[in-house]
Design a protein around this ligand. Structure first.
Ligand code: FE2
Ligand code: FE2
Length: 270
């Protein structure tokens, strides 16, 4: 077990706290000292994250589905949307912590970058939880699913993770955040819209991080697209990496080239 001193935080210790603690405040506690990776430890694959008693993963199909754009005019439906998205963000924290524990031999620069992104995901979780609570649905007051978490079983390498989370879920969120920002603005909910805008801006950086590490780790002679598509495991597939409306601008900002963008834009949904 690694130790933190007053001036640094060991990445493994941080990942263990985020993933294994059943105290939500601890899972979401911001790390205020620089990360160090001097004791990455042995590889462990955690099957179920630690969660507080009021936030377990619910049985399949028992968590509420995402309300449609029109329904979001109602505050109660926006509360449900924020509650669902808080659980998405919490799962992002947990999946990233899983990767830190499962792949201790990954380059330290990757591990440090990922730890810093968890800091963003913790903040996103808190922002959605605050909006859900303000609209009448405190975090943990509804059942939540494990859709994002359960993909971890297919992550046998860092490349699998990069294809599966930053380049699929976070990539799709570049579109979803714009859709929700517009829906919240249409409802006159400026605070909810501001949350979506902030997350959108962070997500561009998270996708960029995923793409940059895909380029560093992919096989010699592979294109970005070949590495991405080749490391996706069903039911993940390229079409899962976009929303209903494909936004090219944020993906250009994240560093995707025109070949990758064209293939993603035209990836079939079936
Ligand atoms: Fe996030
Ligand atoms: Fe993210």
């Amino acid at each position: 077990m690694s130790l933190d001193d007053a001036s640094t935080t060991e990445i493994r210790h941080f990942a263990e706290t985020v993933l294994l603690s059943d105290d939500l405040d601890l899972k979401l506690r911001r790390c205020r000292t620089p990360f160090v990776d001097t004791a990455p430890g042995v590889a462990v694959r955690i099957e179920v994250p630690g969660r507080p008693a009021h936030l377990p993963f619910a049985p399949r199909r028992t968590a509420p589905g995402m309300p449609g754009a029109e329904a979001l005019r109602e505050p109660q439906k926006r509360a449900i949307a924020h509650h669902i998205m808080a659980n998405h963000e919490l799962q992002a924290c947990e999946v990233m912590a899983f990767v830190l524990l499962a792949f201790p031999d990954a380059p330290s620069a990757f591990r440090e970058g990922l730890a810093r992104i968890i800091d963003d995901e913790q903040r996103h979780t808190r922002m959605h939880a605050e909006r859900a609570a303000a609209l009448g649905q405190p975090f943990g007051s509804l059942p939540v699913n494990c859709y994002i978490w359960k993909q971890t079983t297919s992550y046998q390498s860092v490349l699998d993770y990069l294809a599966g989370l930053p380049l699929t879920f976070e990539n799709a969120n570049l579109d979803h955040t714009i859709e929700f920002e517009a829906a919240f603005l249409a409802a006159g909910d400026e605070r909810g819209a501001a949350v979506m805008r902030r997350i959108h801006e962070d997500e561009i950086e998270h996708v960029r991080f995923g793409l940059e590490w895909l380029r560093k780790l992919k096989g010699a002679g592979q294109s970005d697209w070949e590495a991405f598509a080749g490391h996706l495991h069903w039911p993940m597939r390229p079409a899962k990496a976009k929303g209903d409306t494909f936004h090219r601008g944020p993906r250009v900002e994240a560093g995707m080239d025109s070949d990758f963008l064209d293939r993603l834009e035209h990836a079939p949904f079936e």
